[in-house]
Ligand binder design. Sequence first.
Ligand code: UDP
Length: 241
Amino acid sequence: MLKQEPLYEGKAKRVYRTDDPGKYLIEFKDEATAFDGKKRGVIEGKGKYNNLISSYFFKLLSREGIPTHYLETVSDREMLVQAVTIVPLEVVVRNVVAGSLSRRLGLPEGTALPEPVVEFYYKRDDLGDPMLNCFHIRVLGLASTEEMERMRQLALKINQVLKHHLEAKGILLVDFKLEFGKMPDGQLVLADEISPDTCRFWDLNTRERLDKDRFRRDMGGVAEAYAEIWRRLVGSEEHVD
Ligand code: UDP
């Protein structure tokens, strides 16, 4: 597999074409942004941890029957994936109130939700990623009713698998964001990443934040928190793979 020219550069990742038109290489960067790019920084080692943690979750989810774009972890910072067309929606799943939901509903952060909540946001930086309902999604032609239902089902199944797996490692899965991609045959697969950049992970007992909120809220210990998540995931295993 030969790495070719970059296809796309995002805030935290670079996507390259390869000599196989059906495969892309994702490179995870240490750069971090928050609040629509208004806050910027570098978190030493973040790229490596996000790649390793995402690879770990994609493998776990594949074993549980979730279709994903993941193919192979090529190096500490590089992941080989299926070339998919990203659906321009962010699918957020929440178990506990935090962040924007706390502001929207006027509930304190940390309030347990009686059932998981799924939300769709429009991936449009220029609009500030607004929340959409199914009517908006249909009239914009972003996904059909069936595709929305499929994404909702997959998101809830992914939540069940991750929440249960993380609890056993002393981690509370507060909320997270997913992106889906379409394969050439139209099949929806989980894409992008699942990492402390895109999830809220709290220590199950102390509720200490072990995710990107440490960067967003200037709490310090950001790189240490990412490393701690990785340590808890693989700490008891001999082999990373
Ligand atoms: N999230 C993300 N990318 C975004 C917005 C949110 O990965 O552009 C994740 C975020 O890390 C959290 C969840 O989605 O785990 C819900 O975020 P929220 O809506 O509370 O927004 P925030 O408070 O982060 O602005």
